[in-house]
Design a protein around this ligand. Structure first.
Ligand code: ADP
Length: 561
């Protein structure tokens, strides 16, 4: 078993290790890894596999911190709440019955540790008629408040609050209200917002035309808007608060592996998994930081971990009990999994490639291409063993696969803390800082410290000098060839963040969660430009966060806090 750092131990103790009814921790980290490995591997029995051998391999990968599944798997596998997926999308139709059914289903998902996404686009707009009562409708944004309050009250077994994504189509008459819904600090704090756009919106934008706002209840065009005005408003709010982001729904649906089952209209809370109504996804991330040796990528080990991880995630679907029966059905039929990576920046440091370079972008693309190809190979192997996902014949997948999708880039907000690596494909935020959510723990970047010692520029004073800084580029004691390796989120331009996102998106079935950081001095125009660049790059969605903007992204655990 790898040695866990203080942060990892603290996070595990607070949120993951089993507790008795008095809240006393009754499990060690090693026992946790055994519990998860044993439970997930037990799925092998149904397919005539060697559950003991697979359990041992899972245990080695988990305890070696080579691969970690999403938080619900770590918390729930082998317990009474055997719900292992992080991501859900629930449908909402234009009736009180449907709205409150979704509210109840969301509560059950949150209680089990999952996050929910919804398209609110089918709801009739504010002020529209309610035939039954002769009253007026409250509209999507006020119903979102109800979901927000409910989320606030459900503490996921005391471990964390739930998280939601609300999507509203740009053609909805309440779009302006939606875009500005988080203008007041503290409102909808358990929601991320995304405006759904499609080709007609962008064609109108390109030609300087207006586009139609349509009442979803009647299909009637009720108004027209200038898409440039809507984009400007989105950019203004994103500049001020970080919300909303945008989704490119046509791009998402071009890559929908099961178009016969309907259109993808919403994503999970952090945007990395577009899902059909009721669909869920079990995520897992490979820690790239443990896949280098002597300054090179250990490709053989990486291949092995990818294959094992795909098996793990498919087994996890088998083991998981979902809180909503419709989810059970569609999960068994599509079997979507989302394998991704974390520790990308750590790997770049080992390879001596600075994050903010074209080399890093091209390396990221090649790396993800490898992970993706190997994950498909693994899923095809599983299809031979266990049969393809039941909707395969109706899908866009040419050869039999066990899973409709295999890859995703998740934020890894908490699991990267357990693995002790840089989050997801993000640049580091600091080389040394105090982690307030963990009671003021001091955290230092091991690679930075090792390099400082090796190169002879280490001192206590240096650590103090860099502590809490969001950039070390002007710290004199650090040699000029070392500085670029530790570029932080603040040293990286918004455009570069997007290029990294696009490079990974090229080889990801689902989507990529990426925070596109901008300096405080960025203008509203800069934000608008980034949205346009994201569209040009063929991204599925984009979220921009300007330093100092008001609201926080709803994340499991923001690595920056
Ligand atoms: P983790 O590191 O805890 O596994 P991530 O930060 O990678 O999680 O987030 C992955 C997904 O997990 C999110 O997109 C979301 O669907 C879900 N998720 C994250 N945090 C929460 C939360 N507090 N409540 C509910 N779901 C969450």
């Amino acid at each position: 078993m790898s040695t866990l750092g203080t942060v990892a131990k603290t996070v595990l103790r607070r949120r993951y290790l089993r507790q008795d009814e008095n809240g006393t921790v009754v499990e060690t980290p090693d026992e946790l890894f055994h519990r998860v490995a044993r439970d997930v591997a037990s799925a092998e029995e149904a397919f005539g596999g060697d559950a003991d051998a697979v359990e041992a391999a899972f245990y080695d990968a988990l305890s070696g911190l080579d691969f970690l599944p999403n938080s619900p798997t770590l918390m729930n596998a082998g317990t009474d709440i055997e719900q292992l997926a992080a991501c859900f999308v629930l449908p909402i139709e234009d009736s009180l019955d449907s709205i409150f059914t979704a509210l109840k289903q969301a509560a059950l998902v949150h209680q089990s540790g999952g996050g929910t996404g919804f398209a609110f686009s089918n709801l009739r707009p504010q002020g529209d008629v309610v035939l039954k009562t002769g009253g007026v409708a409250s509209g999507p944004v006020s119903f979102m408040q109800i979901f927000d309050s409910a989320t606030e009250q459900i503490k996921q077994g005391g471990r964390r609050r739930g998280a939601n994504m609300a999507v509203l189509d740009a053609t909805h008459p309440d779009i302006e209200r939606f875009v500005t819904a988080k203008a007041d600090e503290g409102t909808l704090r358990n929601f991320n917002l995304s405006v759904g756009t499609d080709e007609p919106f962008w064609e109108a934008y390109d030609s300087g035309a207006r586009y139609d706002l349509v009442n979803p209840r009647t299909g009637a065009v009720v108004d027209q808007m200038d898409p440039a005005d809507v984009l400007a408003r989105i950019a203004e709010m994103a500049w001020a608060t970080g919300d909303p982001g945008m989704l490119f729904l046509d791009t998402i649906n071009e890559h929908n592996p099961t178009p016969a089952l309907g259109r993808l209209e919403a994503t999970n809370p952090c945007g990395e998994v577009p899902l059909l109504p009721y669909e869920a996804c079990v995520l897992g991330s490979i820690n790239l930081a443990t896949h280098t040796a002597d300054g090179e990528v250990d490709w053989a080990k990486l291949r092995e971990t990818v294959h094992l991880a795909v098996r793990f995630l498919d087994d996890a679907i088998e083991r998981s009990a979902f809180p909503v029966s419709e989810t059970d059905e569609i999960m068994n039929a599509n079997r979507k999994i989302g394998l991704g990576v974390m520790g990308f920046h750590d790997m770049l440091v080992d390879l001596r490639i600075p994050y903010a370079t074209s080399d890093a972008v091209e390396f990221g693309r090649d790396l993800m291409s490898f992970v993706h190809d190997e994950s498909w190979a693994a899923s095809r192997d599983l299809a031979e063993e266990r049969g393809p996902f039941p909707n395969w014949a109706d899908s866009t997948r040419e050869r039999p696969m066990r899973n409709a999708t295999t890859t995703t880039i998740a934020p890894t907000g908490t699991i990267s803390l357990i693995a002790g690596c840089s989050a997801s494909i993000e640049p580091i935020y600091n080389v040394a800082y105090t982690k307030h959510v963990l009671g003021g723990l001091a955290v230092v970047n091991d690679r930075f410290v090792d390099m400082a010692k090796e190169r002879g520029f280490y001192s206590e004073d240096l650590l103090e000098a860099v502590h809490g800084r969001t950039s070390i580029q002007d710290v004199e004691e650090i040699p000029d060839d070392v500085k670029p390796l530790f570029q932080t989120a603040h040293d990286v331009s918004g455009a570069h963040h997007l290029r990294v996102q696009a490079a990974f998106q090229d080889h990801v079935d689902n989507a990529v969660s990426k925070t596109v950081n901008l300096p405080q001095s960025a203008s509203i125009g800069d934000v608008e430009d980034l949205f346009l660049t994201a569209r040009d790059l063929g991204l599925k969605g984009v979220t921009v966060f300007r330093s100092g903007a008001k609201s926080e992204q709803v994340l499991g655990d923001d690595p920056r806090k």
